[in-house]
Design a protein around this ligand. Structure first.
Ligand code: 16G
Ligand code: ZN
Length: 559
């Protein structure tokens, strides 16, 4: 069980000042920005940022009168990078107005740290005599331990209580924050509580549904040489063979290097070190285990990706089925971003008849939108996503499951839904719990991975990035689907897309790298490279591209 260390006292600003100017002084003079996934940059530039985030989370905890989380990870980035994100009391990402505060505090000179802290206290009207608590976790990067110590140094300097949970996945840290704040209604705030909750619910569903088809419970899992490998090894102990997970890239190689969910999704190829046999179900998760994609190769050695869009559809379709069987009138909805494949959106709205919303990139936007439904499924196509159930949906499901006056079919479907609630990590996308969710659905449907893939075909698509002088030169609207600055760029994009059947393209500045990202999709595979190059060239010329100028290939040639 987690235990809080360090008792609250009043702040000693001169002590904090001393730490800021000496032990945790700025080693990096560039600007760091709290982006979609917190601060993320070279690990060597982050010590002062972590110290200051330790200070800040204590204030945040006092404002929210709740436990706040601090996760040290750079997710799918290579080992050389690191990062930190703050987790708000309900497991959400830090509130936007505090991202600005965090950025300010992270960037001021060492001797200004105290005055900024005092400014925050005053502006936010913080009662600094209140008790505070912070939960801090880290991924397996070699830089993560020192960085977590810098954060602890900040937390201790503010005399706050804290729990250092050590090496955990990002979703586990979110789970801890929520279970600490919800008085255990959500789950027991310990790793054992996490594993038990998801594995027991999973086993219950598997036991009560019959695999009457092609389903195989074998999964080859690429753990990106990250923390997910440790977590899956642990999970296996709780699953007792209910799922046969073979783990690859479990830490012997370099973190996220030619492996992991992001690599597989972007390159559309298998990762290093995973046995390639036709039709074997494979899974890649990312370095902090909050993203997941499925894939297989066919007998012609062709690679087939089942990304976040497919997972969302599989999950939403299954939930709809259970809602129908249990006669529950709950509003189910799905949330995507502009990156979702056009055919997936058409399939959801036209074939599944499930309302689908589009929001801008970044988990917080998807999560927030999904909360508008009784049951909201959200996934980015990169494999980050989950399902959120509102309180009244949860109560209705439990009541139906236990209502003996209803038919056994109705009750059983509601019972299954109640187990699904426990398999899902509602606090944030969780590769491990998402895998269990996918597996239990495939099991219930009796599907192999090929059958799953057959429901619809993706439009050919491509993502590229262009380095620009200033990524803020690109401003978008309409959930990133339309570029309003530079002014002429959208007109150019519109001209290009009309040349291609089912053509669609958008550009946006990255929230995690100094680049502009470009997405293109169209009907014909042979057009995709050309289309991507044309949009890239337009971005390069109109948005201040640097480096090598994109070349438009003749049809069918690679860029
Ligand atoms: C971050 C986001 C992810 C988004 C990605 C986009 C969170 C926790 N993570 O990893 O949702 O897809 O950024 O990156 O919000 P980009 O802005 O560089 O394209
Ligand atoms: Zn991640």
């Amino acid at each position: 069980m987690l235990e809080l260390q360090n008792e609250i006292k009043s702040f000693d600003f001169s002590f904090i000042n001393n730490l800021a100017k000496n032990k945790h002084k700025k080693a990096y003079q560039g600007i760091v920005q709290y982006g979609t996934a917190g601060f993320r940059t070279r690990a060597t530039s982050l010590d002062h940022v972590l110290f200051r985030m330790g200070l800040l989370t204590v204030l945040r905890s006092q404002v929210k009168k709740a436990t706040i989380g601090l996760m040290i990870t750079a997710s799918h980035n290579l080992e050389i990078d690191n990062g930190v994100k703050v987790v708000d009391p309900n497991g959400e990402m830090l509130e936007t107005s505090w991202e600005i505060i965090a950025t300010k505090l992270a960037n001021v000179e060492d001797d200004k740290v105290i005055s900024i802290l005092q400014e925050i206290i005053k502006e936010q009207n913080i009662d600094t005599s209140l008790s505070a608590s912070v939960i801090i976790g880290r991924d397996t990067r070699s830089s993560s331990l020192n960085l977590s110590q810098a954060a602890v140094s900040g937390i201790k300097a503010m005399n706050s209580k804290f729990i250092d949970v050590g090496v955990v996945t990002t979703p586990q840290l979110h789970y801890f924050v929520v279970s600490m704040n919800k008085n255990r209604d959500y789950g027991i705030p310990a790793l054992e509580g996490y594993y038990k909750k998801i594995s027991e619910a999973y086993k219950k569903i598997i036991e009560t549904t019959i695999n009457n088809g092609k389903y195989s419970n074998k999964v080859q899992l690429d753990a990106a040489n990250g923390v997910g490998a440790l977590a899956i090894k642990e999970l296996k102990k709780y699953l007792n063979g209910a799922l046969n997970i073979e783990i690859y890239n479990s830490g012997e190689g370099q973190l996220n290097y030619m492996c992991g969910a992001d690599y597989v999704k972007q390159k559309k190829i298998s990762p290093l070190n995973i046995p390639i046999n036709p039709y074997v179900k494979c899974v890649s998760i990312d370095g902090d285990a909050d993203r997941i994609v499925y894939y297989y190769i066919d007998k012609y050695n062709q690679f087939h990706l089942l990304d976040g869009d497919r997972i969302a559809i599989l999950v939403a379709d299954y939930l709809k089925e259970l809602l129908q069987q249990s006669h529950l009138n709950l509003q189910l909805g799905l949330v995507q971003t502009a990156y979702a494949n056009g055919n997936s959106t058409v399939y959801i709205s036209d074939t599944l008849n499930i309302p689908v919303a589009c929001v801008r990139t970044g988990v917080k936007y998807l999560h927030h939108k999904a909360l508008e439904f009784d049951i909201g499924v959200y996934f980015e196509s990169n494999g980050h996503g989950t399902v959120v159930f509102n309180e009244s949906a949860i109560n209705t499901i439990y009541m139906t499951a236990n209502n003996n006056s209803l038919s056994s079919i109705q009750r059983k479907a509601a019972q299954t839904l109640s187990y699904v609630i426990d398999v899902v990590n509602q606090t944030v996308g969780d590769a491990i719990s998402d895998m269990l969710l996918v597996e239990l659905i495939l099991h219930a449907k009796g599907w192999d991975i090929v059958t799953w893939k057959k429901s619809y075909s993706d439009l050919p698509n491509k993502q590229v990035k262009i380095e620009v002088q200033d990524r803020n030169a690109i401003i978008t609207t309409n959930e990133e689907r339309c570029c309003i600055k530079p002014k002429e760029l959208q007109k150019e994009i519109d001209k290009i897309v009309t040349k291609y059947e089912k053509g669609r393209s958008f550009v946006r500045s990255s929230g995690t790298e100094d680049v502009v990202r470009i997405y293109v999709e169209c009907e014909n595979d042979s057009d995709i490279d050309k289309m991507a190059a044309e949009v890239s060239l337009a971005v390069y010329e109109l948005a201040g591209g640097i480096g090598i100028k994109p070349i438009i290939p003749e049809s069918n040639k690679q860029i």
